[in-house]
Structures are given as C-alpha cells and as structure tokens.
Design a protein around this ligand. Structure first.
Ligand code: NAP
Length: 246
C-alpha cells in the first residue's frame, strides 16, 4: 500500500471527486479527515472509509472561514497526531458572463476556491514544517489554462491556485513540503451533471480521447502525487483531461 499510516485531510470530501480521493487514499492505507460543509454526507463518507479498515473522522468545515479552518486542523491533529497530506478540493461554481456576473458570485467563488485553499494550506504548513515533511495537492481546473465563457470567477480562482501552489513549493521545499496541483478537464460529478445532454455531446467533440473523465481518474493522480513515487516532484501541475488541453 502506497500511503500506509499516512494522515490525510481532504476538503469537500463528502461527495464527488473529494469522496473518490478519500476512498482511494484509504484503500492505500491512509487515515482520512473528511472535511466538508455538509456534515451529514461527510459522516456517511467517513463511515464508508472506516469500513475499509482505516481511521476516519468527519469534520464540519467551511473552508472560507478562518476560525473554522483553525479548529478543523486542531481537531484533526488531536485525533491523528500528525498531518502528512492536505488535498484542497472544496470548490463551487456560480457561472455567468462577465457583464452579468454579480459581485457576490465573484466573492463566493474566490472565497471558497482560492481563499479556502490559502487558509487550509497555511494551517497545514504550520504542522508540516515542524514535521519537516508533507504534501499539499490542490485541485485546479483545465479552465485555469484555457478560460471558459461564463466562468470568469471560477477560472480566475483556479488560475490563482497555480500561483499559490508554485509559491508554497518554493517557500517550503527546504522543510520537506511538496506542493502540486491537478488540473482536471471534464469529470463526471454532480457539478457537471447539471449540463444538458446537448452541451455534453458538444464538449466531448473537443476531447481527443472522446470521453469524460471519472473521479477515479483524478484520484489516481492525487495518490501518485501523495506517494513516495512523487518525491522529486514539486511546484507542478498534472493535467487530467483526455487531451482537451495540451
Ligand atoms: P461537488 O460534487 O460539488 O463536490 C464539492 C464538495 O465540496 C461538496 O461536498 C460541497 O458541499 C463541498 N463544499 C462546497 N463549499 C464548501 C466549503 N465552503 N467548505 C467545504 N466544503 C465545501 O464538486 P466536484 O465536481 O467533486 O469538484 C471537486 C473539485 O474539483 C472542485 O474544486 C472543482 O472545482 C474541481 N473540478 C471539478 C471538475 C469537474 O468536471 N467535476 C473539473 C475540474 C475541477 P455541498 O455539496 O454541500 O455544497
């Protein structure tokens, strides 16, 4: 098992990609903190994870609130005694074209997707720097690189994550911390289920591999970056998009 005994804190892990990452890491032997605004679903995910034979706790957390982030990491370390892996996965969309984009929709997306990752990374680095080891993996998006009509807030937040990742990688490499990002393309989850079949068919035409990705495709990349196999990788972006962006 590639993550035997590791302690992982995953945000937005109650469902979708975050849940798949949590289950995938647990299968590799990691103990998991399932942090999510939706504590009921987070609790169910933690139950599923414990059934795999590792430890898991559900933590109610809105990543955009500094006080909640501090207490969540306190709760995690009290339970697990260490923090080896942080996955900044919690994210939302509030789509509209620039001229119709409301300031509150800009703020909501930037607060959760970008500021939330800043707050969680800061708490994680405090712990990891003392340990002189740790992995931070942030879930960006292909739209950070390509842009996407209707997602001026979302694509800006996901592009911001790349700068955050590279800077953490430079600032804390000497403390044994690796920071990397993953940029998924179109992945089948609740976030993308809302699109019409016609839109989905149109999008498939832009993907050389001709199909959407699954949460497990993203999970495989996260496990790789969290494992010893990625010891010499930091400050990088791994693209998981079926060739949609090269
Ligand atoms: P999802 O199914 O909507 O799951 C996101 C999870 O994050 C939900 O459980 C959500 O809870 C939770 N969450 C929302 N706001 C939060 C907050 N303030 N604090 C803590 N948790 C919060 O989304 P997904 O498709 O799995 O996406 C996961 C990540 O991958 C996101 O960062 C997304 O931007 C990124 N991504 C997704 C795709 C894709 O095609 N699906 C592509 C590229 C990147 P509620 O449901 O209760 O709000």
């Amino acid at each position: 098992m590639r993550l035997e005994g590791k302690k992982a804190f995953i945000t937005g892990a109650a469902q979708g990609i975050g849940k798949a990452i949590a289950l995938g890491m647990a299968k590799e032997g990691a103990d998991i903190g399932v942090a999510d605004v939706n504590i009921e679903s987070a609790g169910k995910t933690a139950d599923e994870i414990r059934a795999l034979g590792v430890k898991s706790i559900a933590i109610r957390l809105d990543v955009s609130r500094q006080n909640e982030v501090s207490s969540a990491f306190e709760m995690f370390t009290k339970e697990f005694g260490a923090l080896d892996i942080l996955v900044n996965n919690a994210g939302i969309t509030r789509d509209n074209v620039l001229l119709r984009m409301k300031e509150e929709d800009w703020d909501a997306v930037l607060s959760i997707n970008l500021k939330g990752s800043f707050l969680c990374s800061k708490e994680a680095v405090k712990i990891m720097a003392k340990q002189r080891s740790g992995r931070i993996i942030s879930i960006s998006s292909v739209v950070a690189f390509m842009g996407n009509p209707g997602q001026v807030n979302y694509s800006a937040s996901k592009a911001g994550l790349i700068g955050l990742t590279k800077t953490i990688a430079k600032e804390y490499a000497s403390r044994g911390i690796r920071a990397n990002a993953i940029a998924p393309g179109f992945i089948q989850t609740a976030m993308t289920d809302v699109l019409s079949e016609a839109v989905k068919e149109e999008m498939k035409k832009a993907i050389p591999l001709g199909q959407f990705g699954t949460p497990e495709d993203v999970t495989n990349a996260v496990i790789f970056l969290a494992s010893r196999e990625a010891d010499y990788i930091t400050g990088q972006v791994l693209h998981i998009n079926g060739g949609m962006y090269m």
